[in-house]
Design a protein around this ligand. Structure first.
Ligand SMILES: C[S@@+](CC[C@H](N)C(=O)[O-])C[C@H]1O[C@@H](n2cnc3c(N)ncnc32)[C@H](O)[C@@H]1O
Length: 347
């Protein structure tokens, strides 16, 4: 695995323990027996999947089936057993097959040293930035990729990008020429590529904050000469009020809360509410606990996320948005794999 190029700020480091705490084990007795049964179930499933890969027919469907089976094993046996199954899956020879998929391989190898970097999300977006990496894949890897990239999680992530573009453009219509936007954990700010308000010069500033200097470098060169202002900053810096960046009409965070514990998520929500102008909107997104790809992501991709339920989202929303909030809403994207919270500040 590649060495980390730098360390995350500690606020977005989730551990297997923090995932397990949210994902209880159904029965705590007989764990050794249940682990043996889970291993046996995985062995049956992977044998069938490998045979289907070897037969070479309808490979995307074989991957879809495998992803569904891993989800079921994860659900059935619960966190404690699942955490022990993950290294078994990762060490299984099937990993060398599935990691021929460029998206799966990137996630597992973590070339930037941490999970869920903006380069990984570019595979989901089908962005030209990763076209060369995709082109280097084997034919089998490309067949697997055809499904992994169209699995429910990635479909929901593409919808999330389009939703962010829509929020930015609608904010520009609502607020006129003084529109100020803040993207926290901006990644490569791909949602800006389709923004009419940005293209037509109708935004006063679109501040894009991220802790990864490579992402900030990408935004700086792509959006040079526009109202986009990249800032190398972190959640920790925001919580410490280190970044003096003013106030905004729209603040959003996508692909971030999935890595934050409740305590940090609530504190960050409070800080974002303070940074909103009157009438401004804060939006945050999280993978929902109804997502279907979790078993595959946590094993073959080594990508752990904190999934959240509607009740979890309300808890963060209510604790984070106190006296100045109006119109709090929690809502699902179309396939319910991502859940959103939007909070409007009193005018
Ligand atoms: C999954 S990407 C999402 C990128 C983008 N928002 C999108 O939706 O495509 C997650 C981003 O969060 C950033 N990130 C993670 N933890 C962070 C932290 N504590 N402070 C600032 N940025 C963080 C990473 O550098 C990465 O660019």
């Amino acid at each position: 695995m590649a060495q980390p190029l730098f360390s995350l700020d500690g606020q977005s480091l989730i551990t297997p323990q923090s995932v397990s705490n949210k994902f209880p084990s159904p029965h705590n007795h007989n764990e050794t027996d249940r682990l043996r049964i889970a291993e046996a179930e995985f062995a049956v499933v992977i044998n069938i999947a490998v045979q289907r890969f070897a037969a070479g027919k309808n490979l995307p469907d074989a991957v879809r089936w495998l992803i569904g089976q891993l989800h079921d094993i994860r659900q059935k046996f619960g966190a404690a057993v699942w955490q022990k199954i993950i290294p078994i899956i990762q060490a299984h020879p099937s990993a060398t097959i599935l990691q021929q998929c460029p998206f799966t391989r990137w996630s597992f190898e973590k070339p930037r040293g941490y999970s869920g970097d903006a380069g990984l999300i570019d595979f989901i977006y089908g962005h030209p930035a990763v076209a060369e990496e995709v082109a280097r894949s084997t034919p089998l890897g490309l067949n697997i990729f055809e499904y992994t990239i169209n699995a429910p999680g990635p479909v929901a992530v593409r919808e999330r990008r389009d939703t962010l573009t829509r929020y930015v453009d609608e904010t520009a219509v609502r607020t006129g020429s003084d529109t100020e936007i803040l993207a926290i954990a901006a990644g490569h700010l791909r949602e800006a590529e389709a923004s009419k308000a940005l293209a037509e010069g109708r935004l006063k500033r679109w501040v894009a904050l991220d802790q990864d200097p490579e992402s900030i470098g990408s935004i700086s060169s792509q959006f040079h000469g526009t109202s986009v202002q990249p800032i190398n900053g972190s959640v920790r810096g925001l919580l410490a009020r280190k970044h003096q960046i003013g106030t905004f009409d729209l603040i959003y965070a996508a692909g971030l809360y999935d890595y934050l514990t409740d305590k940090v998520a609530i504190r960050l929500t409070q800080i974002c509410m303070e940074m909103l102008k009157p009438g401004g909107v804060f939006l945050f997104a999280n993978f929902s606990d109804e997502m279907a790809d979790d078993g595959y992501m946590e094993s073959y991709m080594n990508w752990e996320l904190l999934q959240r339920s509607e009740a979890d989202m309300w808890r963060i929303t209510n604790a984070g948005a106190t006296q100045n909030a109006v119109d709090k809403t929690v809502w699902f994207g179309a396939n319910r794999n991502i859940i959103y919270s939007t909070i409007r500040k009193r005018s």
